[in-house]
Design a protein around this ligand. Structure first.
Ligand code: B12
Ligand code: SF4
Length: 508
């Protein structure tokens, strides 16, 4: 999925400047290739955004670009949390000419104009109120991102080798995009490990329903014209933070017939509301990302996330599954009350719920979070600048009741048993009553989600994966062919309505 900030800032760029977007995830380039590109295109200013976990790479790329004489401005959560590091004010090397702190919707146009005049300042910060707090963009009005004409080629999730075959299916599967969209910003909950409350503030700002609905309608039109698939990721940190407003938004989406398949993050406590869950399903909601974190209430209390109750997770997932909405359930290992065996205990519990897509991370002290400060004060940070020597799934502090090595093994074990071919088959079988397309979506998502942890970036890895999971793949394929055949028999194909596997699924 592309990052929203690039499209947003592109739209907020003053007239007279060309903006070229490159997403390092979608279009990998070596440092030399990037420098070459910047020179060839005569780029006058490079903006780089990065989360903490990829900031060391961002600094490296920035250094290469600056060495070629092109100024670099960096923005996003990490440099906002550690601004001195990026511009070398902490005594270390300098990586960027300028930093944009906090939300840059209003500072970006100034940065571009200053850069064009050759007068880039070191630090750009939003205006502050009398209490010294950043004035946040109201999101009303909200920029209109021209999704209908943007080139999204680099972000299609259909692999190049499969594109011609997939478009041959006729129902528009030659391209599949997940588009990020925000309906609001901010979260008041203040979980100890999270940067969001500090960055976006604890008061929430919403776009108007109308502006969200219009954006959805434009995307829907693009999908129709391109005969492709578009799904939306509502990137709000908690889409249902104000339940009344969320219901009104979802009702407006339904009334305008603006439904697209969507994914959103919603905390478990807000999913108690049956009417909300009905509206989620009716408005196109397919997957809900739930930060469950731990099945141990003591851990939840430790990280100030007591509002989310592990005892109700099963019921919440059941409520969603009854409407064919499934969950991406996110867990954190290495919390202070975790002991060896936490992976088995957690996965055992997960397997007693309707199937979802579990993901497992480790407690990570991001700079400027209350967690970071607590661990630093207690002298518990093993690698206080862990982002400068990023080590995936290797904790930067030692939990109280296990070692870093044990936390690593627990995480590894949880991924292995959750995405084994046996578990994948079991998960699909457990929803055999659900319509075909939900089971297909579930299986495909499982195969992709496994890739968050296990390397599967080449054709060989995928072939191996398909072979290992041949049982559910074959059984769904057989079912699809059966449905396709019976549909062809019962309803002759017309040029307006091509008979395809996907149409069959919807009909089913
Ligand atoms: C969507 C999302 C994802 C998506 C993918 C990202 C994507 N493609 O959009 C998914 C679900 C995959 C994801 C994964 C992860 N995420 Co995430 N994610 C988000 C989320 C919810 C929204 C991002 C967003 O679009 N925000 C809205 C835009 C408008 O805000 P913004 O990006 O901050 O941009 C504004 C400013 O920062 C600034 N800006 C940003 N970049 C730049 C660059 C320049 C040049 C300039 C001038 C300005 C600028 O201008 C923008 C407009 O004001 C944020 C939380 C949040 N609310 O931001 C977390 C967040 C970014 N994620 C976070 C984390 C930790 C992760 C993971 C590491 C989690 C994990 N343990 O696996 C992974 C890493 C994945 C990876 N390797 O890429 C943290 C990052 C904290 C940090 N200090 O780095 C955040 C802040 C959430 C949190 N709980 O703290 N994430
Ligand atoms: S509910 Fe989510 S976004 Fe809000 S503070 Fe907690 S983890 Fe962060």
């Amino acid at each position: 999925m592309p990052h929203l900030w690039m499209f947003l800032l592109q739209e907020l760029t003053p007239p007279g400047h060309e903006v070229i977007l490159i997403d390092g995830n979608a279009k990998a380039m070596s440092d030399d290739e990037i420098v070459e590109f910047v020179k060839r295109e005569k780029v006058g200013l490079v903006g780089i955004g990065a989360m903490t976990r990829m900031v060391a790479k961002a600094y490296r790329v920035a250094t290469a670009i600056r060495a070629a004489g092109v100024p670099v401005v960096m923005g996003g959560p990490h440099v906002t949390e550690c601004p001195d590091e990026a511009i070398g004010r902490d005594g270390g090397p300098r990586y960027a000419d300028a930093v944009a702190l906090g939300e840059a919707d209003e500072t970006w146009p100034l940065i571009v104009e200053d850069a064009a005049r050759g007068e880039l300042k070191e630090v750009y910060q939003p205006e502050r109120d009398e209490k010294g707090v950043d004035r946040k963009p109201s999101l009303q009005p909200y920029p209109s991102i021209p999704w209908e004409k943007l080139d999204l080629n680099q972000f299609s999730l259909v692999p190049k080798m499969a594109r011609s075959f997939m478009s041959g299916l006729g129902a528009g599967w030659g391209s599949f995009h997940v588009v990020p969209m925000e309906t609001g910003r901010g979260c008041p909950y203040g979980c100890e490990f999270c940067t969001v409350t500090g960055f976006f503030g604890d008061s929430i700002r919403f776009r108007t329903n109308e502006s969200v609905v219009n954006e959805l309608l434009r995307l829907k039109e693009r999908a129709r014209k391109e005969r492709g698939q578009i799904a939306v990721f509502f990137i709000d940190d908690n889409l249902a933070i104000n339940i009344k407003r969320t219901k009104s938004l979802l009702r407006d989406i339904i009334a305008a017939d603006a439904q697209l398949p969507w994914v959103a993050q919603i905390s478990a406590n807000l999913l108690r509301d049956e009417e909300l869950v009905d509206l989620i399903a009716a408005s196109g909601g397919q997957w809900v990302f739930i930060g469950m974190e731990s099945i141990d209430p003591a851990n939840m209390a430790d990280v100030n996330k007591n509002f989310s109750k592990p005892s109700e997770y099963g019921t919440v997932l059941q409520r969603l599954a009854e409407r064919n909405v499934y969950a991406i359930t996110s867990f954190i290992f290495g919390m202070d009350n975790d002991t060896v065996g936490v992976a088995d205990r957690t996965v055992h519990e997960i397997n007693s719920w309707p199937p979802g897509l579990p993901v497992f991370g480790q407690l990570t002290p991001f700079p400027a979070t209350p967690l970071y400060d607590r661990l630093a004060k207690a002298g518990r940070l093993a690698r206080p600048k862990h982002w400068m020597d990023f080590a995936p799934f290797w904790m930067a502090h030692t939990p109280l009741k296990m070692t870093i090595q044990e936390a690593r093994q627990e995480t590894d074990h949880a991924w292995r048993i959750s995405y084994s071919p046996e578990r994948n088959a079991e998960a699909i079988n457990s929803i055999s009553h659900a319509p075909f397309r939900y089971r297909l979506s579930h299986l495909v998502s499982r195969l992709f989600f496994r890739g968050i942890y296990f390397p599967q970036m080449n054709r060989r890895a995928w072939l191996k994966l398909v072979f290992e999971n041949r049982q559910p793949i074959l059984s769904l394929t057989k079912e699809a062919i059966g449905m396709w055949r019976s549909h062809r028999k019962n309803k002759p194909q017309t040029s307006e309505e091509p008979a395809t596997v996907m149409n069959e699924q919807k009909a089913a």
